[in-house]
Design a protein. Structure first.
Length: 99
C-alpha cells in the first residue's frame, strides 16, 4: 500500500506553490513513497540499549588558546597600501559617479 498518494503530492505542491505536470506528480509520488518506505524500515530497527549520539567523535577543542601578540600600527599597514586617504585604504570607485 502506498504511504503517500498522488493527491497528497499535488496538495503539497500547491502549498509550496510548485507547478507540477501530471508526469511529475506520478514520479514524485513514487519517489516519496520509496523514501517513506525506507524511513519505516529504519524506524522498525530495535535500538533498545543503544545510546543516542549526535556526534560519534569526541568533542575536543583543537584550536590553540587565544593570546595577544603585537600587531602593526595603522601607519605601518597603510604604508604597505598602494594608496591611502585620511587614514583609510583608497580603492577605485566601482559604483556610479556620486561621491
Amino acid at each position: 500500500m502506498s504511504q503517500i498518494s498522488r493527491d497528497e503530492v499535488a496538495h503539497l505542491a500547491r502549498l509550496a506553490r510548485l507547478a507540477l505536470t501530471e508526469t511529475e506528480l506520478d514520479s514524485f509520488a513514487g519517489q516519496l513513497d520509496a523514501i517513506l518506505t525506507h524511513v519505516s524500515q529504519i524506524q522498525a530497527v530495535d535500538v533498545t540499549g543503544v545510546q543516542a549520539t549526535d556526534n560519534p567523535l569526541k568533542d575536543v577543542n583543537v584550536t590553540r588558546p587565544d593570546e595577544t601578540v603585537p600587531c602593526l600600527t595603522q601607519r605601518q599597514v597603510l604604508d604597505q597600501a598602494p594608496d591611502a586617504v585620511d587614514g583609510r585604504f583608497a580603492v577605485p570607485q566601482i559604483l556610479g559617479d556620486e561621491q
